[in-house]
Design a protein around this ligand. Structure first.
Ligand code: GLU
Length: 478
């Protein structure tokens, strides 16, 4: 294949997309597909760069934005939209590529995409953010880069349900119709969102880590006890993903010893109350000075704290060749996209650190996005039809048992037994099943071929296999 300028740069110089290519190539060696097919799977299919004017205060500013569809082997293409001053075309391409492989790893039937708008959302008023979001959506509509069957954005760094509601509303204005809400996920529940989506990525991170630390054989190699209980965890990034990962890990028995945000970090080896830090940050505007925890001025210093599990939950490129040797964690759990560079990964692997790769570990968000999209297209809330029927059956079973044994069951157990599943129960159940299933699929691929060095390579191998199969089924490649 003749490469375009950007792909040549990605292969030559340091670039985030180059890192993803690197990971892909290392995994592709363990597959037997022809080079042309591997190129088709590896590179981005469509890259849309746009510029549009926005009124900011009393000035007009030109905003640069992107949408990249890395793959369309399954439709729609899917992936979040990032608002950050660090957005570049290279970054959006890398993130779009990761979405392709992520969806394949967890069997979400979508292609991969990503969007980025180069702005600092903290410096914009709400009205400016609304204008930018609506204009960006209109640009996507113009070029057919958004739609329930085409390309479906979602939240990412710097965006959330509010932005998704603006996107849905703008899209529907151009394309009125009963399926319009399916053009974007991560919406507020009142606008067609699904319960459990906000916490989904963090919950998925929790399920993934719980699965990994549950394998006795792997924990023995790390000289760790099996299970989450008492594991010391460091969380870098206290946005939606970091907060929810920390919350669920704490509930699961882990001890959160440090939390970092861009303003600094707090550290307490006895454990930090996650909800307390969130409240403190809302009240004071910073996580610093939280109760008895020690302040750490440079947030990235927490990456080097002595702990069992390090959870980078912020941005890419955090664990790099400059700090990898100093990392003391036995497990690096990639809640963010691309937090570990390939150079750092080599250093960590020499130290026998277990890396739970992003394309698996943070796939909970897109998994629940898939459920939201299904809800939007089916126009019915999960659980609406079956809940009462299930409850009737459960009640009959419980009452018959009570009658037969001549004793009433414990009140708490009885209320759990008699409950029918509602939307949130079903979403969490689907997410848990997805994360468990995918973990063991990846682990099995690694165990089957002793030459596969790590879980990331195994996850890429699985993803490549699944995507290649869909091309081969079409007879496009011999
Ligand atoms: N931005 C999230 C991710 O990187 C979610 C994407 C989605 O739900 O489409 O996985």
């Amino acid at each position: 294949m003749l490469l375009d300028d950007e792909d040549i740069t990605a292969q030559r110089e340091h670039s985030f997309f180059g890192d993803v290519i690197n990971y892909f190539d290392s995994a592709a060696k363990f597959t037997k597909y022809p080079e042309g097919l591997l190129d088709q799977i590896k590179f981005c299919n469509s890259v849309y760069r746009m510029k549009f004017p926005v009124r900011m205060g009393n000035k007009i500013e030109t905003v640069v934005a992107y949408r990249v569809e890395h793959s369309q082997h399954k439709l729609p293409a899917k992936g979040g939209i990032r608002y950050s001053t660090a957005v570049t075309q290279d970054e959006v391409k890398a993130l779009a590529a990761l979405m392709t492989f992520k969806c394949a790893v967890v069997d979400v039937p979508f292609g991969g995409a990503k969007g980025g708008v180069k702005i600092d959302p903290k410096k914009c008023t709400e009205l400016e953010l609304e204008h930018i979001t609506r204009r960006y959506t209109a640009e996507l509509v113009k070029k057919n880069f958004i739609g329930p069957g085409v390309d479906v954005p979602a939240p990412d760094y710097g965006t959330g349900p509010r932005e998704m509601a603006w996107i849905a509303d703008t899209y529907a204005a151009f394309n009125p119709g009963i399926d319009a809400a399916g053009c974007v996920t991560g919406k507020p529940v009142s606008q067609g969102g699904i319960r459990g989506r906000t916490e989904a990525t963090g919950r998925g991170v929790f399920y993934g880590i719980r699965e990994a630390v549950g394998v006795a054989e792997d924990m023995k190699k790390l000289k760790l006890k099996t299970g989450l209980s008492g594991k010391r965890v460091v969380i870098q990034g206290f946005g939606n993903v970091g907060f929810h990962s920390a919350k669920f890990l704490l509930e699961g028995g882990a001890v959160i010893v440090a939390i970092g945000e861009y303003e600094g970090a707090v550290y307490d080896p006895r454990g930090i109350d996650v909800e307390g830090v969130l409240k403190h940050r809302k009240e004071t505007g910073s996580i610093l000075n939280y109760k008895k925890a020690k302040n750490i001025k440079r947030t990235n210093d927490i990456l080097e704290i002595d702990c069992d599990i390090l959870v980078p939950a912020a941005l890419e490129n955090q664990v790099h060749s400059g700090n990898a040797a100093k990392i003391k964690a036995k497990i690096v759990a990639e809640a963010a996209n691309g937090p570990t560079t390939p150079q750092a990964e080599k250093i960590l692997e020499k130290k026998d650190v277990l890396i739970l790769p992003d394309l698996y570990l943070n796939a909970g968000g897109v998994t629940v996005s898939y459920f939201e999209w299904l809800k939007n297209l089916s126009h019915v809330r999960f659980g609406r039809l079956g809940k009462r029927h299930e409850e009737l059956i459960n009640r009959t079973v419980v009452e018959s048992i009570e009658k037969a044994v001549g004793k009433n069951l414990d009140a708490k157990a009885k209320s759990i037994l008699m409950q029918g599943a509602d939307e949130e129960d079903l979403v969490n159940s689907g997410l848990e099943e997805t994360m468990i299933q995918a973990y063991h699929e990846i682990r099995e691929t690694k165990s089957k071929d002793k030459k596969i060095p790590d879980l990331r390579t195994a996850a890429f191998v699985n993803a490549i296999d699944k995507i290649a199969t869909s091309y081969l089924a079409l007879g496009i490649f011999p």
